[in-house]
Design a protein around this ligand. Structure first.
Ligand SMILES: Nc1ncnc2c1ncn2[C@@H]1O[C@H](COP(=O)(O)OP(=O)(O)OP(=O)(O)O)[C@@H](O)[C@H]1O
Ligand SMILES: [Mg+2]
Length: 453
């Protein structure tokens, strides 16, 4: 299985295992080493003390005394002359002992030396010390059976093995707990995301503190809330759209039924057909705008910025829309202090201005004046303000006018065929340029829209 918790716990366990293994190996070797050194040291110093006694008073009695003393202990002593001829021994010499004595070096340091240290294979550990006093020269050989040391070390090995097995079991336990500790919150989060994908946004996750897992849990909760909001917005949006479409379609259906009647006069039928035409136009515009927004939402549209010369560009747009203002007996003024150039997508910017001027046109009374003020902003940027003397927007409605399908006075703007999408499209377009839009308005005085991009 590829579970991350198991992997992590395994890395940890292996690391601890290697560390512990090395530590135990080091400890094991050191303990044994020290033990062996002690053993040698003890027989060597025993041999040395025999040497001291012999050098002090060399006599047959002393020799016998030493041999007798050693025969009661675990060690054996063999005293030879300088030619390695045995003078006395505490025990009958074995072949191995004899060989060791024969092979022993003649010249020795004062403290003596070890002549057999192979405790693993040989029967005896052995040391030799030389003595010399008043012409009495010779060697004191000390032997000690290696098997007690071997027993001790094998016992020690047994203990180490036991400790090793125990720590393996404990490690396995830690491994298990660790992987559980890591897995449990992960499994809960996995379940939570599965619930989310099923559309159940009521995710419950434990408080996991401030570590990465805790942060992940918080992110999942945020995601759940966001998804819930999005889903709520979407269903509300769909409900509004259906409502928006139903109204003109009801008119279309109603007037079509009336027009189909045979008995109505031709002039009346024309009037009804005109209404049907108007309503159909509204539907088409609404659908076009919705499509535009859908494209923006999908990030399926791009901004192609170009360098634009302010004067010709704005003159052309104003010229295009002036007839509409004139027909409503309204004035439209363009104010550009000094000609300048800026960067923007010319088609999208025209769409922005047309939408805003369309609002000023729709929501102002005849005789009023609308002013378009343009100025450079920063390097290559544009500042645009549109002031009208229209009906204005109440303060509590201001924050909502950029919402999709939001209209201040449903009945009034229906008169003008408004669907409440214009400003939301404008806002998206301005933001796609990396710009900002703000609105100020006072009822019965007018509205001012300010764009920086
Ligand atoms: N210049 C303005 N003066 C007064 N009210 C305005 C002005 N601009 C917008 N509004 C109000 O804000 C609402 C939203 O404007 P928006 O342009 O988004 O929608 P619309 O004009 O109703 O419809 P559409 O622009 O989609 O044809 C409008 O319905 C209107 O009530
Ligand atoms: Mg509008």
């Amino acid at each position: 299985m590829n579970k991350i918790s198991i992997k992590l716990a395994a890395y940890f366990t292996i690391a601890v295992f290697i560390m512990e293994g090395l530590l135990m190996l080091y400890l094991h070797d050191n303990i044994i080493d020290v033990r062996i050194q002690e053993e040698f040291q003890s027989i060597l110093s025993r041999g040395n003390s025999h040497r001291d006694v012999l050098e002090d008073r060399y006599s047959t009695t002393t020799l016998h005394h030493i041999a007798l003393m050693e025969s009661k202990t675990e060690t054996e002593v063999v005293i030879t002359d300088k030619n390695h001829h045995v003078i006395i021994s505490s025990k009958k010499l074995t072949k191995g002992m004899r060989e060791l004595i024969d092979e022993s070096p003649r010249s020795l340091p004062r403290g003596g030396r070890v002549i057999e240290s192979n405790w693993k294979d040989m029967n005896y550990l052995a040391t030799v010390t030389a003595f010399e006093k008043d012409g009495n020269e010779g060697y004191v050989f000390m032997f000690k059976s290696a098997s007690p040391l071997r027993n001790l070390i094998s016992k020690l090995n047994g203990h180490f093995l036991l400790a090793g097995i125990m720590s393996l079991i404990i490690l396995a336990g830690i491994h298990f707990l660790l992987s559980k500790m890591l897995t449990r919150p992960l499994i809960r989060m996995k379940r939570a995301t599965e619930e989310l994908s099923k559309g159940n946004f009521e995710v419950k996750l434990p408080h996991l503190g401030k570590d990465e897992l805790g942060e992940l849990a918080t992110s999942i909760k945020t995601l759940a809330n966001d998804l819930e909001t999005i889903q709520h917005d979407r269903s509300e949006f769909l409900a509004t759209i259906s409502h928006e479409l139903r109204t003109p379609l009801t008119y279309v259906l109603g007037y079509t039924n009336v027009s189909l009647r045979d008995e109505i006069p031709e002039s009346e039928r024309k009037e009804y057909l005109t209404i049907i035409q108007e309503e159909s136009k509204t539907i088409v515009t609404l659908i076009d705008n919705l499509f535009e927004l859908a494209k923006i939402d999908e990030n399926n549209f791009s901004i192609h910025q170009e360098e634009i010369q302010s004067l010709p560009y704005f003159h052309k747009i104003i010229k295009k829309i002036t007839p509409a203002f004139k027909s409503r007996e309204m004035d439209l003024i363009l104010s550009v202090k000094d000609p300048f150039s800026f960067h923007a997508d010319p088609i999208r910017l025209e769409q922005i201005i047309m939408n805003l001027l369309d609002n000023s046109l729709k929501y102002s009374k005849p005789g009023s004046t609308t002013t378009v003020i343009v100025r450079p902003h920063g390097t290559g940027g544009l500042g645009l303000t549109i002031n009208d003397q229209g009906i204005g927007i109440p303060a509590d409605e201001l924050p909502k006018v950029f919402n999709r399908l939001h209209r201040v006075e449903k009945s009034r703007s229906r008169e003008f065929g408004g669907s409440g999408l214009g400003l939301s499209i404008v806002k998206e377009l301005v933001e796609a340029h990396g710009g900002n839009i703000s609105i100020e308005s006072e009822p019965e005085k007018g509205t001012s829209i300010n764009i920086i991009m």
